[in-house]
Design a protein around this ligand. Structure first.
Ligand SMILES: C[S@@+](CC[C@H](N)C(=O)[O-])C[C@H]1O[C@@H](n2cnc3c(N)ncnc32)[C@H](O)[C@@H]1O
Length: 270
């Protein structure tokens, strides 16, 4: 990354929200095609988290991004705004951003896609209305490669593990994997696996949202201890460097620094 990009990344965001995001964060609501109103939260990401997504994509040269879990489209709107400001529409790349969500129509009333349309970003998004475990193997078979992957789909442990398994094979070396909801035991367990076993990912502290005071670290540890009392590796994580910061928010950015080179029998408890 250039020195310029590093300086930009360390500065507070200068993002001016597009009109669709601005209205959603002002009102706390989204609207379907018929004008019916629905609360946008707690389903959708916080504005601060979205701005980090925007910064991440803005810091890269024109890139390819993948998101698992579209819902009302807020995270996609941040990502696509960054693409749009990089001229993605000009280069006519119709799959700059790929999004996956099996329940877009049935549960989310197509509001995610509608919001992308309203913001003028629909053309740069390729959308799969299927579960990620069906789509990701196909992307892998097609030898696709991504610069940034945002994992925010099903949050059961086996689902996030599978999402990560394929993501790891789809993200290029040097690319970023972002996990949402790291406060949830299932996602925290995945994170513990990645950091203790793989050795191929590094936490990107540049994108941490803010430092955590010691009392908050204490409460995070206590919560983790109560959730999984027998698993020292999980509940001791908040005290280690980096984890302290990421526990302040529900958001964690990992950079893939090398390819996997574990021996076949490798295993570390996590
Ligand atoms: C927390 S919401 C995503 C919020 C969105 N990223 C945002 O911040 O605007 C989780 C999404 O995952 C989707 N989902 C559930 N199971 C899934 C699966 N098997 N594959 C992909 N997405 C899934 C849900 O339909 C839901 O839209």
């Amino acid at each position: 990354m250039s020195a310029d990009a590093l300086v930009r990344a360390s500065q507070p965001s200068q993002m001016v929200l597009n009109e669709v995001l601005d209205e959603i964060y002002r009102t706390g609501h989204v609207w379907d095609q018929q004008g019916n109103r629905f609360p946008a939260f707690p389903t959708s990401i916080h504005r601060q988290e979205g701005e980090v997504l925007y910064r991440i994509v803005s810091d890269l040269p024109p890139s390819r991004t993948l998101e698992i879990g579209l819902a009302y489209g807020l995270s996609s709107l941040f990502i696509c705004q960054a693409h749009a400001e990089h001229g993605a529409r000009d280069d006519r790349d119709s799959c700059r951003h790929t999004a996956i969500d099996p329940f877009q129509q049935s549960y989310w009333k197509d509001i995610g896609l509608l919001n992308l349309e309203r913001a003028g970003y629909r053309d740069m998004v390729r959308f799969f209305e299927e579960p990620s475990h069906m789509v990701l193997p196909r992307l892998l078979q097609a030898e696709e490669s991504y610069d940034v992957v945002f994992i925010d789909g099903a949050h059961l442990f086996d689902y996030v593990l599978l999402d990560f398994y394929y993501t790891d094979r789809l993200v290029r070396s040097g690319g970023l994997v972002i996990l949402h909801d790291v406060k949830m035991p299932s996602v925290r367990k995945l994170l513990a696996f990645i950091l203790r076993n793989l050795g191929t990912y590094r936490l990107e502290s540049r994108y941490f949202l803010r430092a955590v005071p010691p009392w908050k670290r204490f409460t995070s540890t206590l919560r983790a201890l109560l959730q999984s009392p027998t698993e020292i590796h999980t509940w001791s994580l908040p005290w280690s460097q980096g984890f302290a910061d990421l526990f302040s928010r529900n958001f964690c950015v990992l950079r893939k620094v090398n390819e996997d080179s574990r021996p076949w029998h490798h295993y570390r408890a996590f």
